[in-house]
Design a protein around this ligand. Structure first.
Ligand code: TYM
Length: 333
């Protein structure tokens, strides 16, 4: 059986990096031969301080955004992580099989802990263990993500392998990451060496899925570039991170390759290219914002989808958890 699981944190509105690196692929994979399970991971969001009301609102809005992007609640299971207790429980069981050394190695932990200094919480260190539990609670075989999640998925494989080895079973699959398309790591529009991220202070660093046409055009117009014209070959993008990023975004949005993009725009100025880039972005994003507006006016529908998705997810995850407990020697009565 081929089963996909993936998740996204409700820490902010969705941006173009989330969309091109992950969510667009989640939508496309619904047409292939997989069972698809997608999750708004609110427990992960708690690893940094959250305002309770804002978290609740963002969780619902993100679920609605996923539906607006094309996640089909009929073909996919869409739910909120905290509504399925098996994730947190499995996470504890895995934490007893995960050496601290594996977690201390995680670059995202090191980066975030460096910012939080003495106030680093246990949850931040344990984050990748919960992520492994998210995936393995469904015995997911494939996980579509952006490039920044690669290391966490390697850890998931290590945890699965360690469980299988420790108990002499072939229980968990070794999950395959699916890092797909020309824009697996979308960079900030202000600095091509930094990832486009929800936590960047400057809103000009990212395109939000809900930005209107004028804002999108303005953000691309202001996006950092260099004084050279665009190259005609991909090799000419080496050492030019901002140009490389904009070309990758264009290719992903227009549904063509980077080679093709450069054949079209090579030798040209950024000003023309940026105008066309804004146009393909608006063409792709405006219908999503439109659908999101309608979904936000119908919160009962979105809550209903999440309720049903949660029940369906829980049924699967509880079955896996029961087997895990049996394997580990926990008594069931
Ligand atoms: P999160 O919420 O940071 O991001 C959600 C998805 O968007 C991708 N992404 C990007 N892709 C390309 N360029 C970017 N600039 C960019 N920024 C984000 C991420 O790679 C991700 O696929 N730990 C995860 C959430 C998670 C999860 C899981 C994912 C929790 N449990 C289980 C998969 C499976 C995270 O923080 O994603």
């Amino acid at each position: 059986m081929r089963r996909i699981f993936s998740g996204i944190q409700p820490t902010h509105k969705m941006h173009l990096g989330n969309y091109l690196g992950a969510v667009r692929n989640w939508v496309a994979l619904q047409d292939e031969d997989y069972e698809t399970i997608y999750c708004v991971v609110d427990l992960h969001a708690l690893t940094v301080p959250q305002d309770p009301e804002a978290l609740r609102a963002q969780t619902r809005e993100l679920a609605a955004t996923l539906i607006a992007c094309g996640i089909d609640p009929v073909r996919s299971t869409l739910f909120v992580q905290s509504q399925v207790p098996a994730h947190a429980e499995l996470s504890w069981l895995f934490s007893c099989l995960t050496p601290l050394g594996w977690l201390n190695r995680m670059t995202q932990f090191k980066d975030k802990a460096a910012k939080q200094r003495d106030n680093t919480m246990l949850g931040l260190l344990a984050y990748p263990v919960l992520m492994a539990a998210d995936i393995l609670a469904y015995k997911a075989t494939h996980v579509p993500v952006g490039d920044d999640q690669k290391q966490h998925l390697e850890l998931t494989r290590e945890i699965a392998g360690s469980f299988n080895h420790r108990y002499g079973v072939e229980f968990f699959p070794l999950t395959e990451p699916q890092i797909l398309g020309p824009a697996t790591r979308v960079m900030s529009l202000r600095d091509g060496t930094k990832k486009m991220s929800k936590s960047d202070e400057s809103d000009y660093s990212r395109i939000n899925l809900t930005d209107d046409a004028d804002t999108i055009a303005l953000k691309f117009r202001k996006a950092k570039t260099d004084p050279e014209p665009l190259p005609s070959e991909p090799a000419g993008l080496d050492g030019r991170p901002e140009a490389k990023n904009l070309v990758a975004i264009y290719a992903a949005l227009a549904g063509i390759s980077i080679d093709e993009t450069l054949r079209q725009y090579g030798g040209g100025q950024f000003s023309t290219f940026k105008k066309d880039l804004a146009e393909v972005a608006v063409t792709a994003l405006a219908p999503i914002a439109d659908r999101l507006g309608r979904l936000m006016a119908d919160p009962a529908y979105v809550d209903g989808v999440l309720r049903e998705g949660g029940a369906k997810a829980a049924a699967t995850a509880e079955g896996v958890l029961r087997d895990v407990k049996d394997i580990m020697g926990l008594v069931r009565s």
